[in-house]
Design a protein around this ligand. Sequence first.
Ligand code: NAI
Length: 351
Amino acid sequence: TLFQSEQGGHEQVVLCQDRASGLKAVIAIHSTALGPALGGTRFYPYATEEAAVADALNLARGMSYKNAMAGLDHGGGKAVIIGDPEKIKSEELLLAYGRFVASLGGRYVTACDVGTYVADMDVVARENRWTTGRSPENGGAGDSSVLTAFGVFQGMRASAQHLWGAPTLRGRTVGVAGVGKVGHILVEHLLEDGAQVVITDVREDSVRRITDKHPEITAVADTETLIRLPELDVYAPCALGGALNDGTVPVVTAKVVCGAANNQLAHPGVEKDLADRGILYAPDYVVNAGGVIQVADELHGFDFDRCKAKAAKIYDTTLAIFARAKTDGIPPAAAADRIAEQRIAEARGAL
Ligand code: NAI
């Protein structure tokens, strides 16, 4: 059912249709307890309208947790536009979407996600004051991967501190799967810290961009090879979701998993399988929050140093999660959920 009484219950779900431009969108607001709901706009050819609604609800709920954990005064929301962006994306459609965002009067703040880009947000922003992820020329902060990578690196340092007693990857071997916008910057942080880095990517040019610059870095054929390397200390999934599943968890040699990819756990229960194998998992939505920290800051006039200071706190947050996991005897992913739920519940009580 759409109306639920427990944590899963959403505050508001809006169906948006503009016949002239062909826009069909769903805006889901999970919670505004901590502040205006913040989350990106996904543009995707969903097979059915039901699938689009389900995805919007799910993603909006995830944003409540991510924003709460990042210490932002924002609740969770997400929008999906139904259709193939290659075929139907147009200025008219984005402007129509922008007017729906405007109609919510600031209850929902939007940004980029899969299928939408900085240039699109520049168009959406023409219709409202609640669009982030814009280009610097339009008052935005631009590409968020710099701070995302920085935040993931902080999560990894915290993992090293928890497991090995020092907040550094010096002398450790780190495998980065996916060296795109975020992964390639993460590699630079790791090298600077004195780690050995092994990479893999399905794109030849992404790999070459790194190995040309840093010949000491080893590239392996695929992720299956990477996660089985006997010398691997840390595995950083930085490509797509679902990296941790029934096929990969039993063979991962690393003692730590910490990466940028969203939705790394393929299904509920994987977090326990990792813990049972003695693998320390730094929850994805905690360590990859640098991007959302950046877009939230845009609303207040972007300041890189202020954002970097906030993203640096991911180190303390990750350590606090590991400590809570130990105290409560639960996996870190469950501990993160508990801490986030607590913050949201406290805000609800204070309203
Ligand atoms: P990207 O598209 O620039 O990079 C992804 C890289 O992974 C590409 O180079 C691609 O070729 C590679 N890849 C795809 N499938 C692969 C496979 N099976 N094996 C190995 N490599 C593969 O994306 P970006 O922005 O770097 O994001 C990476 C992940 O981090 C995504 O899951 C994204 O949702 C997540 N994320 C990104 C944020 C950002 O600020 N860019 C913020 C929070 C999360």
